[in-house]
Design a binder for this molecule. Structure first.
Ligand SMILES: Nc1nc2c(ncn2[C@@H]2O[C@H](COP(=O)(O)OP(=O)(O)OP(=O)(O)O)[C@@H](O)[C@H]2O)c(=O)[nH]1
Length: 339
């Protein structure tokens, strides 16, 4: 439970909101019922129940986006409703809501929600004792919203940048191994659910060390960039390329098997063979291909593709080798095509 709170920022905000609502609103709800103000008591209770319901939904389903949206709306409209029933004290409740919205929904939605809440509050003239008080409220509420917006926008940008640094290979711009691990798990789960075939291709430039040694690391880098661009040009948009490490890449091909897969691989091999160059001539690539078997663990799938690649290297390089589809842990090989 603590781990979820630490790793899921929005869930932690929803939990803080739920707990604060319980501690902050319950005494008022009781007091209003005791004082005979049934409408205000019912509004407080409705806010409490909805916020609690939203918090429970977020914890059970993990869907913090939807519950965050509902809670942001309920918190703001709740503060406006409290002001409508008990007067200016409702104004104070709006301030924490104006800040919280930015942690629950996207900055643009939060801005619209805040402006609507401020306008709805100002529309109730009887809440304010004087015009000066009303405009002071408007000014301070806008300052709070603008500050929260700036903070949320900055946090969003930093989160995106961090995500990019953690998942994108800076040289080639494709996703790295960490992102690949997550995508392969998703692909395996999708395959189990839908029965869609998934092929994993491990590809590695042949004698790449010689390119680096003879022409320099900069030229080697250029060949890696060219390889990525060529693979992307000759595969579908739904196919994903990852940098597995060094000069080794992984290509994930959804929805292709049998003769279709053989055709894709022959086409890719032909294109790279004719178009991938270094200053000394053509650069060739070896491929190990494995189709995901039913219920196969992802590590086993990668291992079979890796073993097929190893066989392609052993067989003289510039080869496509298909791993045999099998569920046992020892990866077998179906066929090798010298192309
Ligand atoms: N230029 C460049 N070279 C890299 C990068 N990452 C790894 N390498 C080089 O890739 C080379 C890999 O060499 P090896 O593992 O011996 O493989 P190889 O020479 O391609 O031989 P085979 O794979 O057996 O055909 C090493 O020289 C690494 O320094 C990179 O980001 N840029």
């Amino acid at each position: 439970m603590l781990k979820r709170l630490k790793t899921d920022f929005r869930l932690s905000i929803i939990t803080i909101l739920g707990t604060s609502a319980f501690l902050g609103i319950t005494p008022f709800a009781i007091m209003r019922f005791v004082q005979g103000n049934l409408v205000a008591g019912a509004i407080d209770t409705a806010i409490l129940v909805t916020i609690f319901g939203g918090m429970a939904y977020a914890w059970i389903t993990g869907d913090t986006r939807r519950s965050g949206m509902v809670l942001a709306f309920i918190a703001c409209s709740g503060a406006v409703a409290v002001a409508a029933t008990v007067g200016e004290v409702g104004l104070f409740w709006l301030y924490p809501c104006l800040v919280t919205t930015f942690f629950l929904v996207k900055p643009r939605i939060a801005t619209v929600l805040n402006l609507c809440s401020i306008a709805a509050m100002m529309a109730q003239r009887e809440v304010f004792q004087t015009q000066v008080q009303m405009w002071t409220f408007a000014a301070t509420a806008l300052v709070v919203s603008a500050t929260a917006f700036a903070f949320a926008q900055r946090t969003d940008n930093q989160r995106e940048r961090l995500e990019q640094l953690a998942t994108i290979d800076p040289l080639t711009g494709v996703k790295n191994r960490r992102a690949m691990d997550e995508e392969l798990i998703l692909a395996a789960a999708h395959a189990t659910r839908t029965g869609l075939p998934y092929a994993l291709v491990m590809l590695d430039i042949d004698h790449f060390k010689t390119v680096n040694d003879e022409y320099g690391h900069g030229v080697g880098d250029g060949v890696l960039v060219d390889l990525v661009s060529l693979v992307q040009q000759h595969t579908r948009q739904s196919d994903q390329l990852f940098r597995y490490g060094g000069e080794e890449f992984v290509l994930l091909l959804p929805g292709v098997d049998g003769a279709g897969l053989t055709a894709v691989m022959n086409n890719l091999q032909h294109s790279l063979r004719t178009k991938l160059k270094h200053p000394g001539g053509a650069a060739t690539v070896s491929f190990g291909v494995a189709l995901l078997s039913a219920g196969e663990p992802v590590e086993n799938w990668i291992e079979r593709a890796d073993t097929a690649l190893y066989r392609a290297k052993e067989a003289g390089r510039d080869q496509v080798v298909f791993a045999e589809a099998k569920s046992s842990s020892s990866p077998g090989l179906l066929m090798a095509s010298p192309g």
